[in-house]
Design a protein around this ligand. Sequence first.
Ligand SMILES: NC(=O)c1ccc[n+]([C@@H]2O[C@H](COP(=O)([O-])OP(=O)(O)OC[C@H]3O[C@@H](n4cnc5c(N)ncnc54)[C@H](O)[C@@H]3O)[C@@H](O)[C@H]2O)c1
Length: 321
Amino acid sequence: MARPSSGLAAVLVIDDLSLGPAAGGVRTRAYPDAAAMIAEAAALARAMTRKCALAGLDAGGAKAVVLDHPGLDRPAAFRALGRFIAELGGVFRTAGDLGTTTADLAAMAESCPYVHTDDHGLAEAVARGVVACVRACARARGRGLGGLRVAVQGCGAIGSAVARALAAEGAFLRVADVDPRRTHDVAEATGSHVHDPKDILFAPVDVLAPCAVGGVVTAEVAAQAPAWALCGAANNLLAEPAVAEALRARGILHVPDVVASAGAVIEGIGRSVMHLADREPLIAALGTTAGELLAESAATGRTTEDLAARRAVARIAAVRR
Ligand SMILES: NC(=O)c1ccc[n+]([C@@H]2O[C@H](COP(=O)([O-])OP(=O)(O)OC[C@H]3O[C@@H](n4cnc5c(N)ncnc54)[C@H](O)[C@@H]3O)[C@@H](O)[C@H]2O)c1
């Protein structure tokens, strides 16, 4: 959609509605062209479909992306986007994502009841899910979280919550952000070691927890990272599908991000659509799902990414019958 007067140029992809209304955040970025916007929205919407299906939510997947550019009149643009989403009548339930501010969400919510503006507790919900999944990796190696060495990439909303939650469980952390102030604040709050953001994924740790941007786990990371587990909250972590097999072949335990990062959507959809008084059982179940995927991968030789996708497709197919 485009609203030239406000500078709004946005793409909304609704991937699947079989399980319920489609959930997905609004991402705001300086995309190079329309094709890049469509490609990212489609990939993230598909990931949301799988994330909701695997988390046991009555929701499908979607994603909106907004072009960040010098001519963007943010209040007017996000108000227009809110009106557009309101016209859809509730098939798209949204919240924040990278680059979208609290003020942007508030502007959308002026005329749209389907915007989750209260981000209180969402990052902590993601962090509890990540901790449950890191615990599943540690268990697979006969370990606990105490003394586990974890590298956390990104010290934003999610990375800082993940670092706090893992430190509280006794893990030893290395943290890195391209913003040194954020790194410093998180390191100080959690007693963590500050690591160079350029090579945090090659740090000498047990577990990598990328919580910044997607696409960071490249073939080179899969081939050379010293870590034996990968479990982060950034969406669409793998740079390309083939990386999943490279990780498996090296024996790196990989919890797909559609499982590890589901805490926020469980909190949001669990509350607003499913009216669950207590969302914790679904968040705790992420760790169970992670453990099952790791065990099934070890038994079958399939990647956890492939097994997770199959599980999601099977749940959706069952309701379509
Ligand atoms: N916010 C949510 O509810 C939610 C839920 C699930 C998943 N996620 C995903 O988690 C990730 C982080 O989201 P957030 O809300 O914390 O965003 P954020 O903008 O608060 O934080 C992202 C941080 O990553 C840093 N960063 C960017 N590139 C980096 C790099 N190469 N190395 C190190 N640091 C880098 C940024 O400086 C920033 O501090 C995103 O991929 C997002 O899609 C977010």
